[in-house]
Design a protein around this ligand. Structure first.
Ligand code: FMN
Length: 209
């Protein structure tokens, strides 16, 4: 028998189909053990040279959460200036973070100075460490969704300001600010598609050389 039978493969495909970036959360708390279960997926993730460069900060205090939310609001205001006309009007109507409601905030960093892995695979392209963190976040995202939790990735932030507010090592680069909590709704369509910002491609373009 296959280690992963057909039914599991189909469930896995469904999990990916229903994953979603979530920005609308219920405010009820997330059990610590449940969150830890999801976070343990970081320990299963691939990383360049086995460097495991991910570093996770749980942003819990009211002061830190407020600083992060103010950071988002300022960055979002700046980002709006990059659009005009119809696109600006559409952008204004988007909800681009669930920071106010999400019970759990995680700032996920990449330690660019880690000795772990002895630099294997990262000499010519050190950014591979950051890509490793992205891969780990994706596992976490799916694990959380499998347990009914929603994850929202916030990137509209001033990294330097956040590093100062969270007193982060100068060697760490921000990869993601994640909001985690119980989603208000479930959908197979990305919210940006529903709101008319852009659509998901129906096919994967593959070039041949
Ligand atoms: C690297 C990365 C950064 C993102 N940053 C934001 C963000 O700042 N705000 C936001 O609302 N969504 C953000 N998203 C979510 C995307 O908008 C979302 O993944 C995309 O619209 C597809 O929707 P889906 O994840 O529900 O499939 C980010 C996603 C990724 C992968």
């Amino acid at each position: 028998m296959d280690l992963f039978p057909k039914a599991f493969q189909s469930d896995l495909a469904n999990l990916m189909r229903w994953r979603r970036d979530v920005r609308r959360f219920r405010t009820d708390p997330v059990d610590r053990a449940l969150l830890q279960d999801c976070l343990d997926t970081f320990l299963l993730a691939p990383s360049v040279g086995l460097s495991e460069p991910w570093r996770v900060i749980r942003v819990d205090s009211a002061a830190a959460r407020t600083a992060a939310h103010n950071n988002f609001q300022n960055a979002n205001q700046d980002a709006l200036q990059g659009y005009s006309g119809e696109k600006a009007a559409l952008y204004t109507g988007l909800k681009l973070s669930g920071m106010q409601d999400a019970p759990v905030h995680l700032a996920v960093y990449c330690d660019e100075a880690t000795d772990k892995g002895s630099g294997l695979g990262a000499k010519t392209m050190p950014e591979m460490r950051r890509y490793s963190v992205v891969g780990a976040i994706n596992l976490f995202w799916l694990a959380a969704r499998a347990r009914g939790l929603g994850v929202g990735w916030v990137s509209i932030l001033d990294e330097a300001q956040l590093a100062q507010d969270l007193t982060v090592s100068a060697d760490w680069r921000l990869v993601a600010y994640l909001c985690v909590g119980w989603p208000q709704t479930s959908d197979t369509t990305p919210e940006l598609e529903t709101l008319g910002w852009d659509t998901r491609r129906g096919h994967l373009p593959i070039e041949t050389r």
